[in-house]
Structures are given as structure tokens and as C-alpha cells.
Design a protein around this ligand. Structure first.
Ligand SMILES: [Zn+2]
Length: 466
């Protein structure tokens, strides 16, 4: 939503907000389902059953097109391919990727303009969350957007669901600030008819508000809950603590690591299986659980995924490595051998479902804490990434809840971290956590790690009480 529309939304009564959400989503839908969506959807239905040689041949055809376009139309690759003496006219296959340099996140941040195609159609802007570094800005072309929705659509079908206006009712628990924070009474949700969704606020989840959530969910009768694992877990635990259950057909989680204890609580509270998927704003890797839950299937139609060791060469199947992704669609801003911030491994075993798409071990992503506020609300870490997204003056950050009403924000500046940036952060964090939360921003040179050397973006020192 653009700022003007968001202001209008914030000032409108609930029925008007419901209407605005639907209208906004409808306009997005025209983008989602326009273009090549139907074509990609049909492709994905068939390609999931292809054997490895057939998939490899398909990927190589797409990769050749991407490398050729990158060399001819994207200044950064013109330069970097020449530097290593690579010419896509002599393309031989997927193994060519090993000849090319790894694309680091810093390059995407500092040379974004050079990574855009000179022949780009209308591009849509996106941002990474910036939990493990500074946020970066990305651009997607229409084919990329269509493919992204096609892969999500297939994921819903793997879970026995249909997505979209005529699809199954979905209750969504993500980072949208759709209900004002100062609002103390229900409804803590809004309807989005264009997607047949009810969007629930993740900022009002608390033991006191649970009966209202439960009532609304029972009235809406969703087939699926779709959201952050930490948000679904909070809801599940609150239900279980009351001895309540809310049967669903499936739960869909993404954007954070899904822990076993979260999966167990969610599956128990909602009497269904969890279908987790891994995706990121860079849109080079997408992996999804099927109904066998033996790992995440790599969507090879989406991009080429490599797992590499410290020297940039591939590791054997079953061995963990840095995950590199290469787009097969986004000619507008193609990322080639992009080093994601995540690690993972390709499994040696195939899935018992018979699909040809290889399995990965569970990907290690963000492992963060949930915050607990004085009024009992439990806040998912992912929703706190949004205030950081527009700021490119931050190299790294960390949030530490030291008290029920104090949040320490550590910032490692990556440019000029101005007073305006500081004010933006404090304001946007307060908009999500409430005015009572004291936000202390501290500029540091380095961010502390846990005793095991891991970096944690959100640290809760007061406990969740779940
Ligand atoms: Zn499978």
C-alpha cells in the first residue's frame, strides 16, 4: 500500500477498511494472475513429475537465456563475465555456473542500478528483511511475479487447498499492521474478499484477547492458517493452554525456522499437518514440503540452487553449505550465483511421493525470540523487520528486550545513520509495540553473539510465559 492509501486506511471505519483491503488486493491480483501465471501453473503441474535429466535440460535452456540476457543487457554482468573470460555464446550447461563469480549481498546493495537490465519492462520493487545484514532493494519483472504466485499456488495444492478468490478460506497471521495498536477491543482482524482471506493482527495476540480471536476464527471457518511459525505457535499454545482445539485442513508456515516444538503444538491445536516453505525476497530459491513431510522439495523450475563450501565450489549431497541461488525468470534484475544468508544441504534420498524435485534438509534461517509486552501481547520477531526495510544506512542490527517495557536496539551503521533514520525506527517500532515501550537506540561497532557463536537478531530476556 502506498503511504496515502495507508493513511486513508488507518482513518477509515472497519467496513471501509475491509473494502479497501479487498480493492487493494484485487489490484494486486490483476498483477498476480495476469501475464504468464496460467502458463506457469500448467508447467508446474507437469514438471513436478519430470525425471532429473528432463528437468536439467529444461533448466539449461532457461539458464542459457538468463546468462545471455545478463551479458547483453546488464552492465554488472557484462563486466564480471568479461573479467573471468566467460561468453554465454559458448554455453555448455549448468556446470558453466562454476565458472562465474559468486554474487555477494554487498554488491547487490551497492551496485543495484548496474544489476538492472537495460531492456527491463516495468519492474516492481521489493526489499529483504535485513535481519542478518542491511536490507537490500530488489526489482522483479512481471514473469518473476507470475512464477512466484504459480509456485505458491502449487504449494497450496500440495496441501490439498486452492488459493485465491474462489479458493479455500485462509486465515492469515503475518506482519500486516491492519488494526491500530491502541485498539483494545475486537475486531483484531479484517476481511480480504479478493483473496478469500481474513487477515488477523499479530500484534494483539494475548491470553486476554484469545477468546475474541477464537470466536472470529470459528465464525470465519478457515480451511488453512497461513503465517509466521512463531505467530501460529503463539496462537496454538494459547489454545492448548485453554484446552481448546480448532480443526483445520492445513497450516502453512514460512519466513522463519520452524522448530519441531512449534510444529507439534500447531499440529495438535489445529488437528492438521504443517506445510512449511522456504522463500526469500531475492526470489532465487523456493522450497516446499509435500504431504509426505520428508524434507523441502527444491522448486527447480524457479531457480538453480547450489550448496557450496567456503571456496565457492559445490559440496557433495548430504553436506551442508552456503546456499547460492540463480534466477531462471527475473531478467529485469537477474541474480546469478547469489549467496543467500542461509545454509542447507541437498538430501541424498528421494521423496516417497515420487516427485522428481530433489529434497533439501531443513534450511537454517533466522532463529529469533518472541517478545512479550506488559499487556500480555506476544509479538512475532518477523513483524519487527518491517521498520528496518526502507533504511539503507544500517549494516547490522539487533533487538534486545531487557524489560517488559524496554527494547534496546543495537545498530551498526553502514552509511550515515541520521537523526531522521533514528526517529523513523523509534516511531515505527512504537507503532508496532505501543507507546509504552521505551526504545533505546545504541550505535555500536559490533553485534554480540551467543555463547555458541550464533547471531540472534531478536533476544528476549524477560521470557514469554508460554
Ligand atoms: Zn514429496
Amino acid at each position: 500500500m502506498n503511504p496515502a492509501l495507508k493513511r486513508l486506511y488507518d482513518w477509515s471505519p472497519v467496513p471501509v477498511q475491509n473494502f479497501l483491503l479487498g480493492a487493494f488486493s484485487s489490484s494486486l491480483n490483476r498483477g498476480r494472475y495476469r501475464g504468464r501465471f496460467a502458463e506457469f501453473r500448467t508447467l508446474l503441474e507437469q514438471s513436478q513429475w519430470w525425471d532429473a535429466p528432463r528437468m536439467r535440460a529444461w533448466q539449461e535452456e532457461r539458464l542459457r537465456a538468463v546468462l545471455t540476457h545478463a551479458y547483453e543487457q546488464v552492465p554488472y554482468y557484462r563486466e564480471s563475465f568479461r573479467a573471468v573470460g566467460y561468453d554465454p555464446a559458448r554455453f555448455r550447461g549448468l556446470d558453466d555456473l562454476a565458472l562465474l563469480p559468486v554474487l555477494e549481498r554487498d554488491v547487490v546493495k551497492h551496485r543495484a542500478a548496474d544489476l538492472r537490465s537495460r531492456a527491463a519492462p516495468r519492474l516492481t520493487e521489493g526489499h529483504t528483511s535485513g535481519t542478518t545484514g542491511s536490507p537490500i532493494t530488489l526489482f522483479y519483472d512481471p514473469d518473476m511475479i507470475a512464477m512466484n504466485y504459480a509456485v505458491m499456488d502449487r504449494q497450496y495444492r500440495w496441501a490439498g487447498l486452492r488459493m485465491g478468490r474462489d479458493g479455500d478460506r485462509a486465515a492469515v497471521l503475518r506482519g500486516n499492521v491492519i488494526v491500530p495498536l491502541e485498539q483494545k477491543r475486537p475486531p483484531f482482524w479484517r476481511r480480504n474478499r479478493a483473496m478469500n482471506q481474513a487477515i488477523f493482527s499479530t500484534f494483539h495476540l494475548s491470553p486476554q484477547n484469545l477468546p475474541a480471536y477464537l470466536g472470529a476464527l470459528r465464525e470465519f471457518r478457515p480451511a488453512v492458517l497461513d503465517g509466521y511459525p512463531s505467530s501460529l505457535y503463539v496462537l496454538a499454545k494459547l489454545l492448548l493452554n485453554l484446552g481448546e482445539r480448532l480443526p483445520l485442513r492445513a497450516a502453512i508456515t514460512s519466513s522463519e525456522t520452524l522448530y519441531d516444538f512449534q510444529r507439534q503444538a500447531i499440529e495438535s491445536a489445529f488437528a492438521c499437518r504443517v506445510f512449511d516453505y522456504y522463500a526469500a525476497a531475492e526470489r532465487v530459491v523456493f522450497s516446499v514440503e509435500c504431504d509426505r513431510h520428508e524434507g523441502h522439495h527444491l522448486c527447480e523450475e524457479y531457480g538453480v540452487t547450489e550448496f557450496v563450501g567456503p571456496d565457492g565450489t559445490g559440496v557433495p549431497d548430504g553436506t551442508e553449505g552456503d546456499m547460492l541461488g540463480t534466477t531462471l525468470h527475473n531478467l529485469g534484475m537477474p541474480l546469478i550465483r547469489y549467496r543467500t544468508t542461509d545454509r542447507g544441504a541437498r538430501k541424498t534420498a528421494a521423496c516417497s511421493c515420487g516427485r522428481g524435485l530433489p529434497l533439501t534438509e531443513d534450511v537454517t534461517t533466522k532463529a529469533e525470540d518472541v517478545l512479550r509486552l506488559r499487556d500480555g501481547r506476544l509479538i512475532s520477531p518477523s513483524v519487527l523487520t518491517h521498520p528496518f526495510k526502507p533504511l539503507d544506512s544500517i549494516e547490522g542490527s539487533q533487538l534486545v528486550q531487557t524489560d517488559l517495557d524496554r527494547l534496546l536496539v543495537r545498530i551498526v551503521p553502514g552509511g550515515r545513520f541520521s537523526e531522521a533514520d533514528r526517529a523513523h525506527l523509534a516511531r515505527e517500532l512504537k507503532a508496532r509495540l505501543g507507546d509504552d515501550m521505551r526504545i533505546d537506540i545504541e550505535v555500536v561497532d559490533e553485534l554480540p553473539r551467543t555463547s555458541r557463536g550464533k547471531f540472534k537478531w531478536v533476544v528476549n530476556q524477560v521470557g514469554t510465559g508460554l
